[in-house]
Design a protein around this ligand. Structure first.
Ligand code: GDP
Ligand code: IMO
Ligand code: MG
Length: 418
């Protein structure tokens, strides 16, 4: 691929297959950068049958020599990062010498995890269905201008002083408001200070590193987590995550200016899924919904929860194309539709009597021949080609990549990509 600064964004509620595509496109880049979210993400890579699930580490890590950067927009759980590094190293992947962590990353601390659970419990049947990783409370501390950042680890005395203050604040909430157990200073130090020496060589200035890549003409890939409909501003609020998940977040989340992005690829599943609570207009509660969940193995890569399934929502996708200035789409999991008699596409919404969006569907003929594993567009059944063409025509952008299986190799790269 000739494009330089490439962005990969999820177009719906996450789990579209971003990890697979980032891994694939990493072939041509010098570095992969995460710019928002945290270890709520679960990105699955399959290379020659071997599966790797990443939560915080950028999905370029399986390519030796590629640097993996974590920008300031990412909320960082240090113990979880170190666990992920150790797991990769056990499988023979070198990690530490290729990682760069922004000194400005906000830290996820044990009190954030405790609060995430308490807030969810208190919401009862109004719960968001979070991943329970402390993501929301950590971003709250960031915008509240009281949170810790990675750089705070470098001054031991100040760090202890700051944690004591934060514990006073958060333990008041935990004990007095939520009637829960307080968090101790020892727990917080074990989740931060204990790792200082291991972390120091990986800490640095992501902004300057990215600027150096740009000046030297090296290509960089920006890896989104979650999906556009989970965006704190543009998503299905309040059933969203606590970061901006759309392309606009890239500049803020790693310090690359907006004019330096060349190509923004939206990853779209051939149907739609959602894990957690919240509206999902095209959700199917019938046999077809169960079929998609079963054939697509729709269980969360982070929490193992079953994902809700439904037809592809193009009414939402058209808005997502706009809000991200998408250059193109990548359609994943086309193979999961194999064997269906007809395939629904939500092309618009009509408001029902309660003012809720009711999908307007177009039904297209399915295909009997398997697409699983195909690597050439011309080999796709004509009805599958027509399905993709209809999506292109409704969304106004090309489908540059088609994925026909979980493995890196099970992919169709179209000529429009170059
Ligand atoms: P991400 O969060 O966007 O990276 O996606 P996840 O990894 O959470 O979920 C996508 C799942 O679909 C993973 O289990 C992938 O291995 C799998 N997958 C990705 N692309 C394809 C595909 O084209 N066909 C099939 N059958 N599975 C795929
Ligand atoms: P990837 O990167 C799917 C969902 C949670 C919940 C909501 C808020 O793998 O696509 P949070 O813990 O972020 O406060 O939870 O967001 N969610 C995801 N759903 N894929 C993800 O990441 C998600 N990250 C968060 O299920 O509904
Ligand atoms: Mg995922």
């Amino acid at each position: 691929m000739s494009k330089k600064n490439v962005v990969v964004i999820g177009t719906h509620w996450g789990d579209e297959g971003k990890g697979k595509i980032v891994d694939l496109l990493t072939e041509d880049v010098a570095a992969v950068v995460r710019f928002q979210g945290g270890h709520n993400a679960g990105h699955t890579l399959v290379v020659e049958g071997k599966k790797t699930v990443l939560h915080l580490i950028p999905s370029g890590i399986l390519h030796p020599g590629v640097r993996c950067l974590i920008g300031n927009g990412v909320v960082l759980s240090i113990p979880d990062l170190m666990k992920e590094i150790a797991e990769l190293e056990e499988t023979g992947v070198s990690v530490r010498d290729r990682m760069l962590l922004s000194l400005d990353c906000p830290l996820i601390m044990p009190y954030h995890v405790a609060l995430d659970r308490c807030v969810e419990l208190r919401r009862g049947n109004q719960k968001i269905g979070t991943t329970g990783r402390g993501i929301g409370p950590a971003y709250e501390d960031k915008v509240g201008r009281r949170g810790l950042r990675l750089r705070d680890l470098l001054d031991r005395e100040q760090l202890i002083y700051k944690i004591e203050g934060l514990l006073e604040y958060h333990n008041f909430m935990l004990e007095q408001y939520y009637e829960a157990e307080p968090v101790s200073l020892a727990e917080c130090l074990a989740a931060s200070l204990d790792y200082v020496e291991a972390l120091k060589p990986m800490m640095g200035d992501v902004l300057t590193t990215l600027a150096d890549y740009r000046r030297s003409g090296a290509a960089v890939l920006f890896e989104g987590a979650q999906g556009a409909l989970l965006d704190i501003d543009h998503g299905t609020y309040p059933f969203v995550t606590s970061s901006n998940t759309t392309a606009g977040a890239i500049s803020a989340g790693c310090g690359v200016g907006p004019l330096y992005l060349d190509y923004i690829l939206g990853i779209t599943k051939a149907y739609t899924t959602r894990v957690g609570e919240g509206p999902f207009p095209t959700e199917l509660h019938d046999e077809t919904g169960r079929h998609l969940a079963e054939v697509g193995h729709e269980f969360g890569a982070t929490t193992g929860r079953p994902r809700r399934c439904g037809w592809l929502d193009l009414a939402a996708l058209r808005r997502v194309v706009e809000m991200n200035s998408l250059s193109a789409l990548c359609m994943t999991k086309l193979d999961v539709l194999d064997g269906l008699k007809e395939i629904g596409l939500c092309v618009d919404y009509e408001m029902d009597e309660q003012g809720r969006p009711a999908p307007v569907y177009e039904f297209l003929p399915g295909w009997d021949e398997p697409t699983a594993g195909l690597q050439s567009f011309d080999a796709l059944p004509l009805t599958a080609q027509a399905y993709l063409a209809r999506i292109e025509s409704i969304c106004g952008v090309p489908v540059d990549i088609v994925s026909t299986g979980p493995d890196r190799a099970e992919t169709i790269l179209r000529s429009s990509l170059d």
